[in-house]
Design a protein around this ligand. Sequence first.
Ligand code: ADP
Length: 486
Amino acid sequence: MPLKVLFASAEVAPFRKTGGLADVAGALPKALADNGVDVRVVTPFYQGTPTDGTERLDMAVRVPMYFGTRAAGVRRAQLPGTAVPVYLLENDHYYDRPALYGYGDNLERFVFLSRGALELTKVLDWVPDVVHANDWHTALMPVYVNTVEWARPLHGAATVYTIHNLAYQGDEDGGAHFVTALGPEHFNEWEFEHFGRFNPVKAAIRHSTKLSTVSPRYAGEIQTSDFGGGLDGELAARRADLHGILNGIDTTDWDPARDPHIAAHFDRDDLTGKAVCKAALQREAGLAERTDVPLLGVVSRLTPQKGLDILADAFGRMAGWDLQLVLLGAGDPADESRFAALAADHPDRLRCFIGFDNGLAHRIEAGCDFLVIPSRFEPCGLNQMYSMRYGTLPIVRATGGLADSVDNYAGSTGAGTGFVFHDLTVDALVGTVGWALSVWRDRPEHILAMRRRTMVRDWSWHRAGAEYERLYLEAYARRRGHAFRG
Ligand code: ADP
């Protein structure tokens, strides 16, 4: 019997996605299934989730909520190209809304997902060995599993809780606790109560058999007050059970030799197609079609996390430099208008695309010479890995997964896979971009060698999948007191 894993996430690519969580949830289960794990994914059926390839099951899950039960319809789909089942929980009241997040009843919407995912396994008569919850939206699952009277027959399941971004904790005023339908006795300092507020991530940290996060560096960082978002003490107390596993990427989706979104295909042995992609991107962006100007790219949510305010300031300092920058981003309206204004002032050097456009994200990764990621913090970051797979060298700040995945260029030997700076200051960013551009002009042989090096590195989920499987087995053994026998 294979290991049975219930994997729950608020977003799963390609169904609905706002960020890296969806990429992980769409790719990790594939790698697990390839290794023979019986993994099943649960996520909401949101407005806009494509219905082709989904089948409405003739069942309703009755989800216990604080006010009584509420029904969830169930649609079944599969992760593309695999037999991994994805169960989409349907409830128009909670999920038939334009956006995924940002509503006053978010806690209730994700209590419904967390509790609904567990109840679904009972209806399917499929008892998981491991329940894997991700980020605050499903943080209640490990708590529910431990709440025996509700959980049966899931009470023996080990729980793994993964932090994809600790900046989002789903914390609310203490009065919100009743929404969990757990009695007020659970609102204590050991579980949900955190300095008077309700904090589901704290409870998950306390209740889960094992914890993980998405890079080794971030696993260390979140145990410090700078990055721990107030939960550093909780995480440090569980450091022996906290594992940093660097994400992989979907190497089928992100493959310069096959990508349907880009103008020409290429690989490490023949980069001619990359030059075609650069010209096509310059054209698409309305910039001069020149091979002799370095083209920099940004693909990012516009939030303070991403440090793009520093890039905007730095751009002013690079006013005299011969470079082009293409930015694709959406989010904070203040950032959107700041970049739009900068682009209006520098139409020959800067093009901003505001919005979410997956195809364009691929074309930027493929067509640019460099991708700039000046994050304040970055749990893992996927874009630097995508860019390296496309031979686009990342210019990154040394934080979290950026530090774990990019090796700084060593001028003397030409070693390295990108350009790394440490201080989040305009000076450091301007200095590092200047350094990268001077290498691009003066040492093209080093740039070419770096591109090739980055393109052959194994970014697949294969490695990370094996690490998660090991973590599941450790969690299982801890929970049951004996090894998984299969
Ligand atoms: P985060 O999860 O913090 O947003 P990651 O680098 O881990 O950062 O993942 C971001 C993912 O979202 C990548 O797949 C990236 O290509 C994609 N992405 C971000 N912004 C956009 C956008 N405006 N248009 C298209 N894709 C985007």
